[in-house]
Design a protein around this ligand. Structure first.
Ligand SMILES: Cc1cc2nc3c(=O)[nH]c(=O)nc-3n(C[C@H](O)[C@H](O)[C@H](O)COP(=O)(O)OP(=O)(O)OC[C@H]3O[C@@H](n4cnc5c(N)ncnc54)[C@H](O)[C@@H]3O)c2cc1C
Length: 569
């Protein structure tokens, strides 16, 4: 006897995962994947690296083929087959075969929508000109490669400084192109906090990439032999034969909308925690859906491969009768840029503030630290800049970001898992992690982050931040406890200098009626100073992340001299 008929719209991350999982749970089900494009289950995440020739051959992007689905899973894949309508009452879909031009119906018992998201087309004139590309499919990346290989493009403009824009930038530079990045906002990677993104900007500058922030593209037009001219609203223009537009993605919901399924305010298909849409016979997964953010409690869009795959699996489980639920997302993400990596899990400070959650309900605090990715005495230790956001009330971890050359991903993954389990900074203090000198430290950066934050929650130390240094109250004395040579190289204006080693002897020089904000290079020596001062009856606080975080913050917000002078928050 035949089992239920499961039709799946879209055959890449979410759709393919759903199909394979459904087969593993139900041998009798009839499973058909309808894919509009020429490929099933391809690696979209690999596309920038195919352009960069890191992935050399197109076929290496194909995670699975229709033959493999048939042989290994007994799943039918129909390529070039677009689902153009859903007859919910009759439980059938209308399919358009783009190769034959034929339209036909196909019945379903369960329908899964995994149509993904399409690149946002901003209101810019000239997006259809030859030489302007979006990056979503293998044919897109093939066309970009051809432009470089056959037309010898020597320069490119990348519109958009999110992760796809940055990955494309890296790979175009790898191919020898001179790249200009145009980002409308005042920072790259807008999901992260500006001070955490800043190091990437320095990396791009080192690689000769021209990054322009606050750059709003108005128009792209043909410029004869020089290819294209990209004109900015400011009146500036940039010329290049190749323009990549990567300004975000938008859920593909037309099919769902036409079928009368509920679409949320953010423009994604509404689903419950079983990935079920407003029609109990239809599920939806991946980039096309809105999901709940576990920290903010709000609906959100998170177009990433991990959630799409997990949701596909959950939809299959539910269709096959299992009682499972999607836990929601926390926004764990990583972007690599040359030798650097930037990671995030949980909302950024910016997001928490924008949503009005920073003070209430969480009573948030943040700490910065700059540990080595492994023991400092073992050769090759690289610094990771880390930022942890947590609740002062109970130490609950709310968000984490890290940037550095090595070791950031491992720490972010550990903290992401702790967050998913509702963990606190006390859990990070106690986490038992791998250690040998070439891999980590006996006090791993994760432990250190936990200890520093736990000190704050327990009231052992109070922290101030780089931004507070812009408005130091009259009754506060800023104390630099670094060595004289460090102080000479640069210090916070108005700071009094007493090196930590001399502090106990010279403590009498400090006023007892003023609060003292101590700082050193990364916040460790000044923590020792603040603890000592407190025990001698002074009101002392520690600048979290020290002078290093202070200078990064100033550069990121354009407050330091140099390239970004004059740009405000
Ligand atoms: C260049 C690039 C790099 C990326 N890098 C990363 C990364 O490093 N890490 C990460 O987590 N995520 C990354 N992503 C995002 C990730 O690829 C997506 O989040 C993921 O693929 C979403 O899966 P999905 O199944 O929802 O949609 P998709 O993988 O986009 O698949 C949807 C498919 O549905 C098909 N389709 C749409 N409508 C119909 C229809 N009506 N009928 C039939 N077929 C239809 C489309 O042709 C498409 O093939 C990247 C994306 C891109 C474009």
């Amino acid at each position: 006897m035949k089992g239920k008929r499961i039709c799946i719209v879209g055959g890449v991350a979410g759709g393919a995962s759903c199909a394979a999982r459904a087969r593993r749970l139900d041998e009798r089900a009839e499973i058909i994947i309808f894919e509009r494009g020429p490929f099933v289950s391809f690696a979209n995440c690999g596309l920038p690296y195919y352009v960069g020739d890191v992935i050399r051959r197109e076929e290496h992007l194909l995670v699975a083929t229709p033959e493999m689905f048939r042989q290994r899973f007994n799943i039918e894949v129909r390529l070039h087959s677009e689902v153009v309508g859903i007859d919910r009452e009759g439980r059938r879909i209308l399919v358009r075969d783009h190769q034959t031009g034929r339209d036909y119906h196909e019945a379903y018992d369960a329908l899964v929508l995994a149509p993904g998201a399409s690149p946002v087309r901003p209101p810019i004139e000239g997006l259809d000109l030859p030489g302007v590309f979006f990056v979503r499919t293998i044919p897109d990346s093939r066309a970009i490669r051809r432009m470089i290989d056959e037309r010898n493009a020597g320069s490119a403009v990348v519109v958009g400084g999110g992760y796809i824009g940055l990955e494309m930038t890296e790979n175009l530079v790898r191919r020898g192109l001179q790249v200009t990045v145009l980002e409308m906002q005042r920072q790259l990677m807008p999901a992260c906090d500006p001070e955490m993104v800043w190091p990437l900007q320095e990396v791009l500058a080192e690689k000769g990439v021209d990054v322009r922030l606050g750059a709003q593209v108005e128009r792209i037009k043909e410029a004869g032999s020089e290819g294209l001219t990209v004109r900015l609203r400011s009146g500036e223009s940039v010329r290049a034969p190749l323009v990549i537009v990567a300004v975000g993605v938008r859920p593909e919901v037309q099919l769902a909308r036409d079928a009368g399924l509920t679409v949320g305010q953010l423009g994604g298909i509404r689903v419950d925690d079983k990935m079920q849409t407003s029609d109990p016979a239809i599920w939806a997964v991946g980039d096309a859906v809105e999901v709940v953010h576990v920290v903010t409690g709000r609906q959100t869009l998170l177009p990433l491969a991990g959630p799409a795959n997990r949701q596909g699996r959950i939809a299959a489980d539910v269709i096959c009768g299992r009682d499972v639920r999607f836990r929601g997302v926390q926004g764990t993400a990583v972007v690599g840029l040359f030798d650097h990596v930037l990671t995030i899990t949980g909302p950024s400070e910016k997001t928490l503030k924008a949503l009005g959650l920073w003070n209430d309900p969480y009573d948030c605090e943040k700490i910065y630290l700059h540990p080595g990715h492994h023991a400092s005495y073992y050769p090759g230790a690289e610094t990771i800049a880390m930022k942890l956001v947590f609740s002062r009330k109970d130490g609950k971890i709310l968000g984490f970001q890290a940037v550095g050359k090595k070791g950031a991903v491992r720490r972010t993954d550990v903290i992401a898992m702790a967050m998913q389990k509702g963990g606190t900074v006390f859990d990070l203090e106690e986490a038992e992690l791998c250690y040998a000198p070439q891999f980590g430290s006996a006090k791993d950066p994760v432990n250190l982050a936990g200890m520093i934050a736990a000190n704050v929650v327990r009231g052992d130390v109070d922290v101030v931040h780089a931004e507070d240094m812009d408005r130091v109250p009259q009754d506060v004395l800023v104390l630099d406890v670094r060595e004289p040579f460090e102080f000479r190289r640069g210090h916070i204006p108005g700071a009094v200098h007493i090196p930590l080693g001399a502090l106990r002897q010279r403590m009498d020089e400090l006023p007892r009626d003023r609060e003292i904000w101590a700082y050193c290079y990364v916040g460790q020596r000044s923590y020792v100073a603040a603890r000592a001062l407190r025990q001698y009856g002074y009101r002392a606080k520690n600048l979290s992340g020290g002078y290093r975080s202070y200078t990064t913050w100033r550069k990121a917000l354009g407050k330091a001299s140099g390239v970004f002078e004059g740009q405000g928050r």
